[in-house]
Write a protein of this length. Structure first.
Length: 306
């Protein structure tokens, strides 16, 4: 069975590594050229893994363009694994592999189709999610399910911790899925489209903190959009200040101030008042240059940047 692997992010690398270690290396690896790395905050170079698996490496900026399609045709691809690629695969691509195309989605399909699923999972306060391998069709995350593994979401889940859970599940599932397909065991469980929900795209600017919100909501935003994503941010002294870690502050009732105002300094960081009278204890932060002194006592965060 001639297999192609298409991907460009951290999860792609871990999945490809799992295939190589299971002696299931694909014949062909298609990935983004290095100059297009800026498309993904979690971009990963797949060239070393392609070399380790003795796979042909092809760079393509457009999965539906002639470079990618010609490569699939040249290798007479039977199965395509699309793991960590931001573009929708069109009919021309989907029609080439004889067995079909398998995708990965970090959600309990049919729920939470679409974009930015890991941040939305945390922002919505979900207590359980899933890692899903499914057969690609011309819809968005709508094809039949191949394999699905449930994942618990902890109350303190961060984007990084949930991302790690997802890619570890992917690395467990993908070799098993390829082995099953090789033996002719090809599960195709149709999704219940009446239960489908859709996650909207998020941009880096959606990480802007509104200090008028309740403290719990601010903390959840910090957890949801941090590493490996751009992060939650505010402004201070005309510069962007990214908040990488924050917790609740039990002594908020002892401080009086405005929403967004620095109430006190602590050995770990600083405390900011929120709109509900509670406060956020910021323990990790940075500016555009990577490091930053903590804001001055009683400074107001969130003023418009010039």
């Amino acid at each position: 069975m001639r297999t192609a692997f298409i991907g460009a992010v951290e999860g792609s690398a871990l999945a490809l590594e799992a295939l190589v270690e299971a002696d299931l290396a694909p014949d062909l690896v298609i990935t983004l050229p290095p100059e297009a790395a800026g498309r993904h905050s979690d971009f990963a170079d797949l060239a070393p893994l392609a070399d380790a698996g003795d796979s042909k490496l092809v760079y393509a900026a457009d999965i539906n363009g002639p470079v990618a399609l010609d490569a699939l045709l040249a290798f007479e691809t039977e199965l395509a694994l699309v793991i960590g690629w931001s573009q929708v695969c069109h009919a021309g691509f989907l029609s080439l592999p004889a067995i079909g195309c398998v995708g990965f989605h970090p959600a309990p399909l049919p729920r939470m189709r679409g974009r930015a699923v890991i941040p939305w999972t945390i922002l919505l306060g979900e207590t359980e999610t899933a890692a899903t391998l499914f057969w690609l069709d011309e819809g968005v995350d709508s094809g039949p399910i191949l394999l699905q593994e449930r994942i618990a979401v902890s109350p303190a889940e961060t984007a990084r911790s949930l991302y790690t859970k997802q890619i570890r599940a992917l690395a467990r599932m993908l070799p098993d899925a390829v082995r099953r397909i090789r033996t002719g065991d090809v599960p195709r469980i149709e999704q219940d489209h009446t239960r489908a929900t859709y996650c909207a795209k998020r941009t880096p600017e959606d990480g802007l903190i509104d200090w008028r919100e309740p403290a719990e909501k601010v903390i959840r935003l910090v957890r949801a959009v941090g590493d490996p994503y751009p992060g939650a941010f505010t402004s201070y002294a005309g510069d962007r200040l990214t908040i990488d870690a924050a917790t609740d502050f039990p002594d908020a009732h002892r401080y009086i101030g405005l929403a967004g105002q620095v109430q006190c300094h602590t050995p770990e960081g600083f405390v900011v008042r929120c709109g509900d009278g509670e406060a956020v204890h910021v323990t990790a932060w940075r500016n555009g240059n990577g490091g930053a002194p903590r804001p001055k006592l009683h400074a107001k965060l969130g003023a418009p940047m010039p």
